[in-house]
Design a protein around this ligand. Structure first.
Ligand code: ZN
Length: 219
């Protein structure tokens, strides 16, 4: 009898410990113009001529926005066209940056666009990857425990749903140059990234080890 009660108590503790999460839809503008710009991007950058902006997710890329608020981060992705504050990449395509998911500092998970539409968040690999942005990330606003838990939960959710081979931090993207998944046509088009930090990636990788993602190619 005692054993049964103990087992029950342990089961309850396990259930309450497992992180219960849900996805909140908070769509950015994805109108006909954005769809057209996305298809143009797929054609110009990757030589992919598609009828739709659909992708087949094979990779998850984690990011931070370096913007301390949810509103500010959302606004950066909301508009269809790239605003003037990113002139470094404006001459490449007018399509604004975006990711499929945005995680607030309290761990709330927002889905900004259809999971299998292409977002512009990582050079060379947008055609095959789902992006997760995290609000903050600068020295002043380090990513939170809640964000870590939500990223782990999201990686679980996505890896069960899609055939995901790779989990990478944005700072690792140039390691894929020369890899079959790398499709960027312009050798001069690169930006230097440090997000979402080595520590954060290590923690997410450790917690999602069971999926046996393929190792990031070495340079
Ligand atoms: Zn990034």
């Amino acid at each position: 009898m005692k054993k049964t009660i103990l087992a029950l108590l342990m089961a309850c503790a396990l259930i309450s410990c497992s992180v219960q999460k849900q996805i909140v839809d908070k769509p950015i503008i994805f109108d006909g113009e954005r769809i057209a710009l996305t298809k143009e991007y797929l054609l110009q950058r990757y030589d992919l001529n598609q009828d739709s902006p659909q992708i087949e997710p094979q990779m998850i890329v984690l990011h931070w926005t370096a913007i301390p608020t949810l509103e500010g981060s959302f606004d950066a992705f909301n508009n269809t066209k790239l605003p003037n504050w990113r002139p470094d990449i404006k001459n490449v395509s007018g399509l604004n940056v975006s990711t499929q998911f945005l995680v607030d500092r309290d761990g709330t998970i927002y889905r900004l666009m259809p999971e299998t539409f292409m977002g512009r968040h990582v050079i060379g690999l947008n055609h095959c990857s789902i992006g997760i942005e995290n609000v903050g990330g600068t020295e002043q606003w380090p990513l939170t425990e809640e964000q870590l838990k939500s990223n782990i939960w999201l990686v679980n959710y996505l890896a069960k749903k899609y055939d995901i081979d790779y989990l990478i931090g944005h700072y690792e993207y140039t390691n894929f140059e020369g890899h079959p998944l790398w499709l960027e046509v312009d050798e001069g088009y690169r930006t230097k990234k440090t997000d979402p930090g080595v520590d954060f990636m290590e923690k997410v990788r450790k917690a999602t080890k069971k999926f046996n993602f393929k190792p990031v190619p070495s340079k």
